[in-house]
Design a protein around this ligand. Structure first.
Ligand code: PBG
Length: 325
C-alpha cells in the first residue's frame, strides 16, 4: 500500500526548518507608539485595554525608542495625542504639534530608523471624526485639504513615510500632489487602502483618545462583509500614486489580504490592530494561551496570507525576548 507520507518531513526540528515556507524577521515588523503633548516630561500612562502598552511623553518616547533600537527595532509608526482638540483638528498640522516635535527628535537621534506617521484627524478633532464635519457627516473635499497639510507638516519635520488612515476618497492623489509641489517627490505614501469599519479598533480609541462623539465611521470606512470592494479601493489608491498598500485589521481579514496580494504587486502591509492585541493578551494573561507560541502563530499567519510587513503592538515583546531576528 502506498500513500502520502507527510510526516517524513516533520520528523526533526532541522527537517521542519528546512521546509518551512514563511518566515518572520525583525525587518517585517513596525511598532506603533502613542505620544502625548504634555508638560509632564515623565508622563507614562498604561493603556488599560492594551496591557503592556503606554501613552508616552516625548521624553519617555525617546527613552523607550532608544532601548528598542538597541534590541533591533527597525521602524515605528507614530500617533499623536494633542494638548487641545478643535473642530478642524488644527494641532494636527502645526509645526510645534506633538508629532512634528516627535519626528524632529527621532531624526536627530536615529536618522536610520524608519519613521512612519499616521495621517488622520480623529485624534485632533473635538468630535473625534476623521475629517471636517458638514451636515453631520465628514465632508470629503475640505478634509483632503487638511490631510494634505498634515502630511506635509510630518514630512517637513522628518517623517520618512506618510500613512493616511482616514479613508476619504482621493486622499492619496491630494497628498501626492502636495508633497510633489513642495519638492518631496521621493517620500513614499503607505495607504491604508483597505480599512474596515471594525470593532477591533475599540482599544485604540482609548489609547489615542479618538472615539467619535456622535455616530460612527461607517460612511467612510469599509463594510466588513465586502471583499470585491477592497479590490476597487486598492485599485483607486494605486492609480492615485500609493507606493505601498495596507489591509486593516489583519487577523479577521486574511482572505482580503490574500486577494490583495494576488491582485497587486506593490509592497503590502497588514495592521494587527489594537483589538487583536487585546484579545490575545486577555487570553494570555488568563493562562489560556501559550504567550510566545500564540503571538508568533498569529503573526506568521498574517505573513503567510501575503503581508510583506506588519504593524504590530507585539514588536517590542518579540525583540526583547529574541523571538525574531
Ligand atoms: C485613525 C486610526 C485608527 C487606527 C489607526 N489609525 C482608528 C480608527 O480608525 O478609529 C486603529 C489602530 C488600532 O486599532 O490599533 N483613523
Amino acid at each position: 500500500m502506498s500513500f502520502y507520507r507527510g510526516r517524513r518531513l516533520r520528523q526533526t526540528a532541522a527537517l521542519r526548518a528546512l521546509v518551512r515556507e514563511t518566515a518572520l524577521h525583525k525587518e517585517n515588523l513596525i511598532m506603533p507608539y502613542f505620544v502625548v503633548d504634555t508638560p509632564d516630561t515623565n508622563f507614562r500612562k498604561p493603556i488599560a485595554s492594551m496591557p503592556g502598552q503606554n501613552q508616552l511623553s516625548l521624553q519617555e518616547l525617546e527613552k523607550q525608542i532608544g532601548r528598542y533600537v538597541e534590541l533591533g527595532l527597525q521602524g515605528c509608526l507614530l500617533f499623536g495625542i494633542p494638548a487641545h482638540k478643535d473642530e478642524t483638528g488644527s494641532e494636527g498640522y502645526t509645526d510645534h504639534g506633538i508629532i512634528q516635535r516627535a519626528c524632529r527628535m527621532m531624526k536627530e537621534n536615529w536618522p536610520g530608523l524608519l519613521l512612519i506617521t499616521d495621517v488622520c484627524m480623529c485624534e485632533y478633532t473635538s468630535h473625534g471624526h476623521c475629517g471636517i464635519i458638514e451636515s453631520n457627516d465628514v465632508a470629503n473635499a475640505p478634509t483632503l485639504e487638511v490631510l494634505s497639510r498634515i502630511a506635509l507638516s510630518h514630512v517637513w519635520a522628518g517623517a520618512d513615510v506618510v500613512a493616511p488612515s482616514d479613508m476619504m476618497d482621493g486622499r492619496v492623489a491630494a497628498i501626492r500632489e502636495t508633497l510633489d509641489i513642495q519638492g518631496f517627490t521621493q517620500t513614499p505614501i503607505l495607504s491604508y487602502a483597505v480599512k474596515y469599519a471594525s470593532s477591533f479598533y475599540g482599544p485604540f480609541r482609548e489609547a489615542a483618545e479618538s472615539a467619535p462623539k456622535f455616530g460612527d465611521r461607517k460612511t467612510y470606512q469599509m463594510d466588513p462583509p465586502n471583499w470585491r470592494e477592497a479590490l476597487r479601493e486598492a485599485e483607486a489608491d494605486v492609480a492615485e500614486g500609493a507606493d505601498m498598500l495596507m489591509v486593516k485589521p489583519a487577523g479577521p481579514y486574511l482572505d482580503v489580504l490574500l486577494r490583495i496580494r494576488e491582485a497587486f504587486d506593490l509592497p503590502l502591509c497588514a495592521y494587527q490592530v489594537s483589538g487583536e492585541y487585546s484579545m490575545l493578551m486577555a487570553a494570555i494573561d488568563n493562562g489560556w494561551l501559550n504567550k510566545d507560541a500564540a503571538i508568533l502563530e498569529a503573526l506568521v499567519g498574517i505573513r503567510r496570507a501575503g503581508a510583506d510587513f506588519i504593524l504590530s503592538y507585539f514588536t517590542e515583546y518579540l525583540l526583547e525576548n529574541k523571538l525574531v531576528r
